[in-house]
Design a protein around this ligand. Structure first.
Ligand SMILES: [Mg+2]
Length: 260
């Protein structure tokens, strides 16, 4: 029997949280330059952006008839909308070339260079090792289809450059929280593998549903701004019979031979 592994993507195989910060700063600078002395204070511009971006997530995109969600249409779009809202307030017509520039710096959030830089230490080595061992490997990630696909394409490109056969890695992108059936379907699709392990940074969202269908958990908590101070509490309540917490991906390689 081979082993089976399901990996989360964001903050597990790739860092993710700050993809948007730099493009937001760059766009804010463009707005300040364009609107000049009539521009709001930088704090106010960022607040306006955040409000517009949050409400846009729930809006319907007229070109697709679906929610903007976390798509590329939402994000640089919300920066452009911020510029338009400021122009409207000061009663200046928004300039198309500025809108295009803002859109372009916003798209940097999804750039291949940024994604390649975000790949976690040992991620490629671990994937290659598991594929070479003929273990079942899948990536199960929640998010916008196009955005997640771009990240995975970039990860796989780097993997292939380092000799990992990515054709053996199953990919599943879901737009709602991961469910028990996502995990059991992956398991059923590779009946030659047992036992199964799940690897993720979010105990409740990545690990818990998998534990319900017999997986063992590798929880690799990531101390982001959002999770500061919450990790110990989750550690205390974690299912210690089926899940352990580790500080980095390479621990999996280190204990691979001793896995249950
Ligand atoms: Mg994650």
């Amino acid at each position: 029997m081979y082993k089976g592994f399901v990996f989360d993507l964001d903050d597990t195989l790739m860092d993710n949280v700050h993809d948007y910060s730099e493009p937001i700063l760059d766009a804010t600078k463009l707005i300040i330059d364009a609107v000049g002395y009539r521009a709001p204070h930088v704090v106010q511009i960022i607040n306006m952006y955040q409000e517009i971006d949050l409400s846009r997530r729930k809006q319907i995109d007229p070109t697709t008839g679906t929610h903007y969600g976390y798509s590329k249409r939402r994000f640089p779009g919300s920066l452009v909308e911020t510029y338009r809202a400021i122009c409207q307030k000061v009663d200046w017509p928004p300039l198309e070339e500025i809108e295009k520039e803002i859109w372009a710096v916003g798209l940097n959030a999804f750039s291949e260079v940024r994604y390649a830089r975000n790949i976690k230490r040992s991620a490629v080595e671990l994937l290659r090792f598991l594929v070479d061992s003929k273990d079942g490997v899948a990536i199960l990630t929640k998010g916008d289809l196009e955005v997640q696909k771009t990240k995975i394409d970039c990860l796989f490109k780097v993997c292939r450059e380092r000799g990992c056969n990515t054709a053996k890695i199953q990919v599943r992108i879901v737009d709602t929280e991961k469910t028990v059936s996502d995990f059991s379907e992956i398991k059923q699709s590779m009946p030659e593998c047992d036992p199964w392990y799940v690897v993720g940074n979010d105990y409740h969202k990545d690990i818990e549903p998998a534990l319900e269908v017999g997986f063992y958990g590798f929880w690799i908590p990531v101390e982001t701004w959002e999770s500061l101070g919450k990790i110990q509490e989750i550690k205390n309540s974690m299912n210690k019979g089926r899940c352990n917490d580790y500080d980095a991906l390479d621990k999996i390689l280190a204990i691979y031979d001793a896995l249950p």
